[in-house]
Design a binder for this molecule. Sequence first.
Ligand SMILES: C[S@@+](CC[C@H](N)C(=O)[O-])C[C@H]1O[C@@H](n2cnc3c(N)ncnc32)[C@H](O)[C@@H]1O
Length: 178
Amino acid sequence: EKKKKAQLLSCIQWIVCYPCVSNKVVSAGRGIFTLAVFNQGDFVVEYRGELIDAAEAEHRRKLYHNACSIFMFDFIWKRKTWCIDGALEDGSFGRLVNDEHKAPNCRMKLIEAEGKPHLCVFALKEITAGTEITYDYGGKEWPWRKEVGHLDFFPMNWCQGLKPIHLDILITMKSSLS
Ligand SMILES: C[S@@+](CC[C@H](N)C(=O)[O-])C[C@H]1O[C@@H](n2cnc3c(N)ncnc32)[C@H](O)[C@@H]1O
């Protein structure tokens, strides 16, 4: 168990954040690139933030600018909608991983640890050093997939009314990831 936890922590330190220039759309903003090799199935990074319920998430979406709402990750856990609010610039990397729906190298999974849900990114295949970490944000027609190019061109409030994401794999772990 200790070894597993140490591995998870060191994985996180292998990741570095650069302004994103490698994405097809230059204005993807920041992206997360790995400095080390990840193998298929490896834990890569956690999408960290504040765990809130659906009512609080709805309330915050009304208050937040789109640029903050985009960091609110809705998901279903124990038959209810929950949200990890990653709007705060807390220096964590998971919230900065960009979307890739055609050939993502990672996927998001829901992990339950010590009775709480955690959103964790796992490698779908071997990822070589220097590669941008990406996962598929899910079903929505995200504006950048239409290659619009910049957040300023996105319609107002397009973040509101997004459907929660069903993450189909649930792993239960005893120890916390933090
Ligand atoms: C959760 S944030 C990811 C981190 C973001 N790149 C940043 O710099 O803060 C989601 C935002 O990143 C941008 N983004 C994510 N994936 C993208 C992609 N494939 N192409 C263009 N922009 C993308 C969009 O502006 C989106 O609103």
